[in-house]
Design a protein around this ligand. Structure first.
Ligand SMILES: [Zn+2]
Length: 258
């Protein structure tokens, strides 16, 4: 497949298409995938698309009821996925050390960050759209793992899923001002100005946040894929044909049975 690179492998299954990450595949206890549109138009929406959820679950060999999804609402809130919790309202990130719970986030152009602590056997899945990036949810997610599982940031492995990239993430001055306030230390490095418009590198914002907490740059694995540039295969809001219903991809990470 044409979107393969050193950090991404495209898998076209009978019931779902998805990306795999070689950097995570080397850990036998870990599962991770990013389910995409593919040529068959798969997508992951609440309630209505049970068939697609069943398809990706079957492809990956996980029970459909192990898929655990927060009710994302562009907050900076990260919750622990527990056996007894049924709903995760106003939650945009989940962490856990439970096995056989597939932590999911649904994204079209937003950044999903997949966290793995190979020492303490804990994981996280963080939805960091531009609002979440402004609120620094990546930092919250990592700190939650430090607090709950004694994660050492220098051991954390993070995969950055496909998202809208700087080339296509065009914003106006008012939103750029918010990035300026949130990221004064790196604002020049993350900004490209094109006429009256601004392009911000939200991936860099997130990697910078993680590095500030002690995550090693070499442990941050970026798929490098822009959802808009690859909207033929990856669901994208901004890359969608006008008038067409907008659908999302599913970022997934889980700990397998021992
Ligand atoms: Zn692009």
């Amino acid at each position: 497949m044409m979107i393969d690179n050193a950090n991404v492998k495209y898998v076209s299954g009978a019931r779902a298409d998805y990306l795999m990450f070689p950097a995570l595949e080397k850990y036998p206890e870990l599962g991770a995938a990013f389910a995409v549109r593919g040529t068959k138009g798969y997508h992951y929406e609440p309630i209505s698309e049970e068939a697609n959820y069943a398809g990706i679950a079957a492809e990956l060999g996980v029970p459909i009821d192990s898929l655990t999804m927060p009710f994302q609402s562009h907050t900076a809130n990260v919750a622990e996925c527990r056996e007894d919790a049924k709903e995760y309202k106003d939650t945009d990130g989940l962490v856990t050390d439970l096995r056989n719970r597939v932590l999911c986030t649904k994204v079209a152009d937003c950044v999903s960050l997949l966290f793995y602590d190979p020492i303490n056997h804990a994981i996280g899945n963080i939805h960091s759209g531009w609002r979440g990036t402004l609120q620094k949810i990546a930092t919250n997610g990592l700190r939650k793992m430090v607090e709950l599982y004694e994660t050492d940031a220098s051991e954390l492995v993070c995969v950055i899923c496909p998202s809208i990239r700087q080339d296509h993430f065009e914003i106006d001055k008012d939103v750029h001002e918010l990035f300026k306030e949130a990221y004064p230390q790196i604002i020049n490095g993350i900004t490209l100005q094109k006429g009256t418009k601004y392009h911000v590198d939200t991936v860099r914002c997130n990697t910078w946040l993680l590095e500030q907490e002690g995550v090693k740059a070499e442990n941050i694995i970026d798929t490098g894929l822009c959802t808009v540039c690859h909207s033929d295969l990856i669901n994208s809001f901004r890359g969608n044909i006008e008038g067409e219903k907008q659908f999302r991809n599913l970022a997934m990470i889980w700990l397998k049975d021992k």
